[in-house]
Ligand binder design. Structure first.
Ligand SMILES: [Cu+2]
Length: 122
């Protein structure tokens, strides 16, 4: 499963590629984070209809579902805020869903949230 914590991730679904890009990197818990999705075939962007992205982790952490809206350059995006799990587990899964060329598609990625204010003290 591609890790999008520090770089764009690509899932190859055979006939299409699903690319997920996160800003900023690494993503920080409780902070506004932009998730951008692009679907390509042969280097050309394809329309993703009904695009959405949801987030889950090992333990139930509430409902985190977002509708992807059109952004720049053929990307679709969502502004997301994710909590930091009290267990200390930073690992989340991002699930991108939608319809491409009439077929439902699902692509799964993983990411690790940075704990807010976790910069090392001097
Ligand atoms: Cu938790």
């Amino acid at each position: 499963m591609p890790d999008v914590t520090l770089a764009d991730g690509v899932v190859d679904l055979g006939d299409v590629l699903v690319i997920l890009s996160v800003t900023p990197r690494p993503p920080v818990a409780f902070a506004r984070t932009r998730f951008r999705v692009r679907v390509e075939s042969g280097g050309a962007p394809l329309a993703l209809e009904g695009g959405r992205i949801s987030f889950e982790m090992v333990m139930p952490m509430g409902d985190h579902r977002y509708t992807l809206v059109p952004g720049e350059d053929g990307w679709q995006e969502a502004e997301v805020v994710l909590p930091f799990c009290k267990s200390g587990n930073a690992r989340w899964h991002a699930i991108v869903e939608g319809t491409v060329a009439g077929r439902p598609r699902v692509a799964r990625f993983r990411l690790d949230l940075t704990r807010p204010g976790s910069a090392p003290s001097p």
